[in-house]
Design a protein around this ligand. Structure first.
Ligand code: SF4
Length: 285
């Protein structure tokens, strides 16, 4: 499949995942899309080509209607969508199921090429507490679930110590795809993936957020401070308390940090018991 055909298939798939029933385009572009979709059908007959045709069948026959055109040249728009995805549309997705479907198909950053599968989230969509980590590791990449393996088991024990079961929290990461060899996320990858996290936060609407580790805290607080400094106070993210603590994987390497992490989670417990939205702190987000 040529690059142009692949981009077209990707674009139409994105639009369909976003629940759109029509793709509006300039009259000349409509013919271009249909011609390419037919060509894809002949060449491949299955997979992306089928999806492209399914999407192309939705290309509006009213494409010449005034006001229904897109301004950018078709190829540039397709390239942008395949590379970045439509941020504004991600932020407008109205349920977690569809948001997950879009993240499963996401190619906004280069990590899509090396992931086994994206890791969207685990836990309750009506949770009082949302736990945000850094990125999937090897086990997460294999299973599609966040915080599994030894770090996940430690997280479960820490949460249980303050009376929170995994089913009572919503757990996700800043990045939905694993960085190769568990390297640190790049700023570009965080920026590309953050619309998914922001939308998860607004859809789950937890009473309180826990940022596990430096990357989660810096992303949510839009800060560049050390974890030690960020731990010193309860912050705010869009009107809800945000507690910063160590990442469970760091605790495995530095058991001496388990005690301060437990103290951070005690603070979480106290805030929840007091009524989370009333807790003081800085406003971020
Ligand atoms: S890490 Fe995020 S932005 Fe990058 S491909 Fe995965 S889901 Fe998309």
């Amino acid at each position: 499949m040529s690059d142009r055909a692949r981009l077209l298939a990707e674009h139409l798939r994105h639009r369909r995942l976003l629940g759109e029933t029509e793709v509006f385009c300039e009259p000349g572009m409509r013919e271009d899309i249909l011609t390419r979709a037919e060509s894809l059908t002949r060449k491949a007959g299955r997979g992306q080509a089928t999806e492209a045709v399914t999407g192309a069948a939705r290309v509006s026959t009213a494409a010449s209607t005034a006001g229904s055109t897109i301004a950018a040249p078709l190829d540039r728009e397709l390239e942008r969508l395949a590379r970045e995805g439509p941020t504004a549309e991600i932020l407008g997705i109205e349920d977690l199921e569809r948001l997950k479907a879009v993240s499963d198909a996401c190619t906004r950053c280069g990590l899509h090429a090396t992931r086994t599968r994206p890791v969207f989230a685990d836990g309750s969509s009506t949770a009082r507490v949302m736990c945000v980590g850094e990125a999937p590791g090897q086990k997460e990449d294999e299973t599609g679930l966040p915080f599994v393996g030894r770090a996940g088991q430690l997280l479960d024990r820490l949460l249980a110590s303050v009376g929170l079961g995994r089913s009572e929290v919503f757990i996700c990461n800043v990045l939905k795809c694993r960085p190769p060899a568990n390297r640190n996320p790049s700023p570009e990858e965080i920026e590309s993936c953050s619309p998914f996290l922001r939308r998860q936060l607004s859809l789950v609407d937890p009473e309180l957020v826990i940022a596990f580790g430096t990357f989660a805290a810096r992303t949510l607080l839009n800060a560049n401070e050390s974890l030690g400094r960020m731990r010193r106070q309860v912050h705010q993210y869009e009107g809800r308390p945000l507690v910063v603590t160590y990442h469970p994987a760091a605790l495995l390497r530095n058991p001496g940090w388990i005690r301060p992490t437990w103290e951070d989670l005690q603070r979480v417990r106290e805030i929840l018991d007091d009524g989370a939205r009333a807790a003081p702190g800085d406003n971020h987000g």
